[in-house]
Design a protein around this ligand. Sequence first.
Ligand SMILES: [Zn+2]
Length: 107
Amino acid sequence: MPYQVNTAQLLRLRKELTDRISAIEADIHHKKEPVEKDFAEQVTQRENDDVLIAIDDEAQQTVMMIDAALDRIKEGSYGICNVCNEKIPDQRLAALPYVITCIDCAD
Ligand SMILES: [Zn+2]
């Protein structure tokens, strides 16, 4: 029996991520924070920003993977490894519904 992809689940996850991205970007831009700070505070701020940017990048990548998965659902190629064309195991899809490669072809 083919894996029943849950499009609603993908869309819900996508929304969570885009909400998080908006929140992070608002935070990075420090819209409401005063500009003047001493040097130590500026350094801490920059370190925080680096962490936020890393989380942001990862979230954006996941959103792109979700979009790719949604396209694949439309095309009927969902659940097929993008590299070796073998079926991706249901267990893997259940855990990570947006993956496009099997475990062997990951990384
Ligand atoms: Zn593969």
